[in-house]
Structure formats: C-alpha cells, structure tokens
Design a protein. Structure first.
Length: 272
C-alpha cells in the first residue's frame, strides 16, 4: 500500500479532530459537533492526550483512520494553509472537502488492494483505470471535490471490487459461507472455517473469532468492534482496513496482512 494512503498526522491540520462529529458513548467521553475542535486538541494540531486516549475515554479516536485524506486536503487541496491561519479560506469548505476526500481515499485503498489480487488479473486494467480516475479527482480543486457524486463513484468501484472478490474467493476449495450483511453480533465463531467467506458489511461486534480461519474472506465494511481475533488468521483477508483491525481485539498469534499494522492495544502475548 502506498504511503499516500496511510495517515500522516504530522502533515495534517488535525482535520479529523475538528471536521467530524462524535457522540458521548463507549467510544467517546463527550459529545462534539462537526466543525468544532475537540477539547483535547492543542494549538499545534497535536492531541493533548494522545498517549492516553483509551484510558481517558476516547477509544474511538484510536480506531479512526483517514486513509491519507487528511494530509491530502491539508497539503495539496489547500496548499498548506490551515484552518487556523489568518489567510485560510472558509473553514466549513475545508472540513466538507475533507469529508469527501475521506470517502475517495477509502475507495483508492480498496482499489489498490484489488490490483494486487492475482486471481483477478483479468480485472487489473479496469481496476487501474478506476484508480487513476478517482486519484485525479482527489487532486482537483475544493470546488470540484465538493461537487463529486460519491455514491455514484462508490457504486462503480464496488462493482469492480465484487468481481475481484468473487474471482479471488473462488480459489478457495469447497463451499464458501455467504453471510453478507448478517447480524453476527456476539456470535460464537471460535475456530470457525470462514476461508473465502463473504462477510461484507456483516455485524461482527463482540463476536468470538478466536483461531477462526478468515483467509481470503471478503470483510469490506464488516464491523469488527470489540471482536475477539486472538489467534485468528486474517493474513490475506480481502479489503481489511486499519480501522477494522484497530476496533478489534487481537494478540501476538493473530495473523494480519502486511497492508495494516498491529495495534498497540493488542496483547503482545498469544492468548488461548
């Protein structure tokens, strides 16, 4: 995965800490409106409690990933002029642009991964064309970005991703489970054979997936909040994102793709 699709907070004006809203819950200690700076945000755009976000009641912040949209808006779209600068354009325009860019960079992440799937080589050309088209839009002006029809682009990209997923999952022998959009909250799936499964948009909140086999399972949009992935094998799970990994619980025995890193809050030892 290219560095452009990885968050670089040092080159961002903390847009996620200002542009996005959150509600007091298990993920956030307080409620914050969109466009309002988080109370923990410092003058230099750093988080005042970054090292203690979880114990301070902000685990939701540790889960979020912008796919590199933050630095793109900060350094490319607005040429390094931050929302606090005297010469800054309308704040709302910058924040709204960030929201659009976030969706587009997520699409780029999925397309970039799809282009690496050998079984889907017949789709590599249209996947690359789609990637180049979306990338070109991300390099446009804020006016162009704010006029983008995100659902339309998502629909077109999703059709390609579905085909790439089907071709890749077809290489897994035997019957593949189809639980697309299924409610699997708290499900007992310890040791489950889910290789090649379709788990798109499945609700896996707090599911027990210890030692489950999720190789080549399509997990795009799956909700892994508080899912127990200790010892699970997601070494080549399709479209797994950093946000999904961050939201789950894992350990040293959990196998994940090279495209994501092991979260700091995961256990450093292998569990049961």
């Amino acid at each position: 995965m290219t560095s452009d699709l990885r968050a670089d907070c040092s080159n961002c004006f903390a847009l996620c800490c200002v542009a996005l809203p959150f509600t007091a819950s298990a993920d956030f200690a307080v409620t914050k409106n969109a466009g309002t700076p988080c109370r923990n945000l410092l003058a230099d755009h750093r988080c005042g409690i970054h090292a203690d976000l979880r114990p301070k009641g902000f685990p939701g912040c540790t889960v979020f990933d912008c796919f590199g949209a933050g630095q793109k808006v900060s350094q490319t779209t607005f040429a390094g002029i931050g929302w606090r600068d005297a010469s800054a354009p309308d704040r709302r325009r910058m924040f709204d642009t960030f929201t659009i860019m976030l969706h587009l960079h997520e699409l780029l992440w999925y397309l970039a991964q799809a282009r690496t799937l050998a079984p889907a080589r017949s789709l590599h050309a249209p996947l690359s064309a789609a990637y180049e088209q979306v990338e070109a839009i991300t390099l446009s002006s804020s006016d162009t970005l704010l006029a983008v029809d995100v659902p339309a682009h998502r629909k077109d990209v999703n059709e390609l991703l579905l085909k790439a997923s089907e071709l890749t999952r077809a290489t897994v022998k035997g019957k593949k489970l189809d639980r697309r959009g299924a409610d699997l909250m708290g499900a007992k799936l310890k040791g489950a054979a889910l290789a090649g499964a379709n788990l798109r948009s499945a609700y896996l909140i707090a599911a027990d997936l210890r030692r489950a086999d999720l190789r080549l399972a399509d997990v795009i949009g799956a909700d892994f909040r508080d899912a127990d992935l200790r010892g699970a094998n997601l070494s080549d799970a399709l479209f797994l994102t950093q946000s999904q990994v961050n939201a789950a619980r894992g350990d040293a025995a959990t196998k994940i793709p090279d495209s994501v890193h092991r979260p700091a809050h995961w256990s450093s030892a292998a569990g049961e």
